[in-house]
Design a protein around this ligand. Sequence first.
Ligand SMILES: Nc1nc2c(ncn2[C@@H]2O[C@H](COP(=O)(O)OP(=O)(O)OP(=O)(O)O)[C@@H](O)[C@H]2O)c(=O)[nH]1
Ligand SMILES: [Mg+2]
Length: 311
Amino acid sequence: MNQNKEINLERLKKGLIKGDRVSIARALTLIENDENGGLLLISELIGYTGKAFVLGVTGPPGVGKSTLISRLIERYRKLGLRVGVLAIDPSSPISGGAFLGDRIRMLEHTADKGVYIRSMASRGWQGGLSESALKAVYLLDSAGIDVIIIETVGAGQTDIDVSLISDIVVVVLMPNSGDIIQLSKAGMMEVGDIFVVNKADIQGSDKFVSSIISVLQNSKGKKDVFSVSSTTGTGIEKLFEKLEMERNALKKKGKEILKTEKTAILLKMLARKKILEVLEEKISLGVPEELAAKVVSGKITLSRAVRILSS
Ligand SMILES: Nc1nc2c(ncn2[C@@H]2O[C@H](COP(=O)(O)OP(=O)(O)OP(=O)(O)O)[C@@H](O)[C@H]2O)c(=O)[nH]1
Ligand SMILES: [Mg+2]
């Protein structure tokens, strides 16, 4: 059994490194279903990663994220780059399936072998979506995919922190996509490195762009705002130039540094989960009550009890 598993992993690894699509799909299923197997595979793949540019695209529902991504895919493909898209749907399992299907259909690139699109719904993934998406990034990176785009609906209700796993986060908004104070409350203004006001072709766009710029002036660091129309193509070229600048700046950092940075993030996620598991186990065994009794009777201090419980 064990040997079989190892042979499969070896085969999967070989397939992935060749960029084989069936192997990518199998590997994604493996990380979805088998935590240990997934980690084993990722450990084997780390050496082949560090090349991909990870672009997070987030924003309220319906602002045109998928349509914009479709445009960006076009541009990257013109440069001969391979693109992977992870469309993450944190919505309830009930509406999940069909809704996500609609979103994916926005992308006209499914026949292109240089484009790999995968949806990840909230159901089923071990360890939550942030962890699963990061693991998926390792798989796609090792499979030679140059640009990995992660689409998430962001509006406070999402359980994925896209900025954790992306090199650059693009926040997409549209004219009248809600009150800016509301967007700030949802963490949207902090999470973005680049802001795109999509649907420049509709009324009220210029006014909205100005108000976003003035809100961002108060934030740390300089953040660019682009006004685009993903349906007509206006403004896409300028945005793409900026994204290419970011991708090239990242490449200069070097693969080893990028690998180490990503792996530190994965390690933190896994360790946090592990520590919580250990604590939950202690709680289920009644350890807090035992320690509390010792604290009450003066045998140990409260700080000592905390140390015991948390180690
Ligand atoms: N007028 C106009 N409509 C646009 C533009 N971009 C997208 N749309 C339309 O807006 C609607 C939503 O577009 P999507 O790309 O699915 O938006 P999304 O943000 O991916 O939506 P969710 O994934 O459901 O959150 C579609 O009907 C698009 O055709 C644009 O630049 N101008
Ligand atoms: Mg979409």
